[in-house]
Design a protein around this ligand. Structure first.
Ligand SMILES: CC(=O)N[C@H](C=O)[C@@H](O)[C@H](O)[C@H](O)COP(=O)(O)O
Length: 210
């Protein structure tokens, strides 16, 4: 992951969002970009998995110097019924910035009021009450940017550079791009899917002409 981060820096990225203490440490040794740190961990009593509890916040604070800590700030019940405000206070108490991963406008406004420093559209399409999407949630970026003074980050489902430009046009402060940069399997599948669709549409005729 540190080499991925270096490649992203060489490509002009302004920051890195990374998962896990070990990877973040390696990334911070390799690049001098600001880091958004998260820990993804599953819990049995909750669907929340991005920096879900105080434990993960503590691990990130103790184990890394990530400038920003992101946590799921959706309205879903947290593991052990913890309060997101507690996680926020811990992050601020350690002098770091807190980023709220939300899925809709209400959650974004609530996170901004609670004192989060950054609101991100990360969870749109992933909560049971938001429709599945195959492109960034531009409406959410636009509405949030109008309604909160907190910086808004567009994150999730980005596949094209033009979508990042669109985010800025709609008022975003920044964009986090994941799989389109870091997941070769996902990138390859976009190409093979396009070819498969073409072949199906032509009923295999292009093979006959070849
Ligand atoms: C929902 C969830 O777990 N999102 C995660 C958040 O850290 C990552 O797996 C995503 O890669 C990231 O949000 C960027 O999104 P995309 O890879 O679509 O550009």
């Amino acid at each position: 992951m540190s080499r991925m981060a270096l490649a992203a820096k060489q490509g002009g990225a302004a920051g890195i969002r990374a998962n896990g203490v070990e990877d973040i440490q390696a990334i911070q040794k390799t690049v001098d970009l600001p880091v958004i740190g998260i820990i993804k961990r599953d819990y049995e009593d909750s669907d929340i998995y991005i920096t879900a509890t105080i434990k993960e916040v503590k691990e990130l604070l103790d184990g890394t110097t990530a400038e920003i800590i992101a946590t799921d700030a959706t309205r879903r019940v947290r593991p052990y019924r913890e309060d997101v405000g507690e996680l926020l206070n811990m992050i601020h108490g350690a002098g770091r910035l807190a980023m709220a991963d939300i899925s809709n406008l209400d959650e974004g406004i609530a996170a901004s009021r609670l004192g989060f420093d950054i609101i991100s559209t990360t969870m749109s399409g992933y909560t049971p009450y938001t429709p599945p999407i195959d492109q960034p949630d531009f409406d959410l970026v636009k509405e949030l940017s109008k309604r909160v003074s907190t910086p808004v980050i567009m994150e999730g489902h980005t596949t094209e550079p033009g979508q990042v430009v669109q985010a800025f046009q709609l008022g975003a402060f920044a964009a986090v791009v994941g799989g389109a940069i870091t997941r070769p399997q996902q990138i390859t599948a976009r190409f093979t899917k396009a070819v498969d669709e073409y072949r199906r549409g032509n009923d295999g005729k292009e093979d006959a002409d070849a």
